[in-house]
Design a protein around this ligand. Sequence first.
Ligand code: NAD
Length: 360
Amino acid sequence: MSKILLLPGDGIGPEVAVEIERVIAVLNRDFGLGAEIEHDLLGGVSIDAHGVPLTDAALAKARASDAVIMGAVGGPKWAKVDYAIRPEQGLLNLRSGLGLYANLRPALCYAALADASTLKREVIEGLDIVIVRELIGGVYFGHPRGIETLPDGQRRGVNTQVYTTSEIVRIARSAFELARQRSGKVCSAEKANVMESGLLWREEVTRLHDAEYPDIALTHMYADNCAMQLVRAPKQFDVIVTDNLFGDILSDAAAMLTGSLGMLPSAALGEPGKPGLYEPIHGSAPDIAGKGVANPCAAILSLAMALRLQLGRADLADKVEAAVGKALDDGYRTADLIGEGEVKRVGTTGMGEAIAERLA
Ligand code: NAD
């Protein structure tokens, strides 16, 4: 019996979370998954109920679960709340509270959606890559940082890019382990040509590779070239591992190769054996919240990532991903997905049902 903590959150979060539950129900009924779902509050709904975006009790529940799946947080209702207790802060607290240092963002292009990308069909059709981004180090966290006023009256902004051996090794290990479950290829992206932290990154990744992962085909690429290659010929990659800043940018670029935000799942992982956080990359979409039109695919595909990476059920992850692909092949489209010819326009529930039926 595995325990999944579901944190639906705000806006469209609860709407897509219902579809995650629908799929879990089918997996329990037809495939013996044996998952038990618990619920708690995260984000604005938690602020409304408890005054904070993540309670200690909710964090404890997350730590005690096998996997945590969330919908989305945030919205205009909480835009004026103090920074320290914003809905988004709840998510940051959850990530740091669970020690989640590896962000995995797949970019997968379903054949039925190949025309939704701004790139040509032949460049992205069949694309299946993962960006592994370091999530809790680097320039977003390094010290010194801040804005100061100099004696001559100018202002100076400072951030510090900093990585240690252990931070690099653990994220590189995540990438190599993932690559072993895929095609066995890792590309490491940094700026070793102009940054000492990049040089250290390259040396440590290489050292770990030579010592423990000689079976993996490792290449190195400067991050700027990697950005160019991602839009030129993305299918050359399988797993890309990179730091927090470059990963932020490269993963957004990769995400858009595949069309809609509503299709993209992600995972944030910590130490092996500890619960990871699985979430669609989209936000709470206040513009469409409550209308029943949100695309639940990213949320359902986040569940598939949890099955594969956390719950030891890669077989069921394959089935869920195939069911999403089949629903798209059969013409089901939420409003965010373009459709040509005979498409079946559906809302959140309709898409969830189409996927659940194909899974059953
Ligand atoms: P967003 O991802 O919520 O929405 C961007 C656009 O994409 C909107 O037009 C929205 O309608 C559309 N969209 C998003 N998900 C969709 C889906 N599943 N189906 C159909 N259309 C979808 O980003 P935003 O508007 O910049 O942010 C809204 C709120 O969400 C903010 O409060 C922001 O801080 C928060 N946010 C939360 C997360 C998270 O919870 N992980 C991530 C990003 C943004």
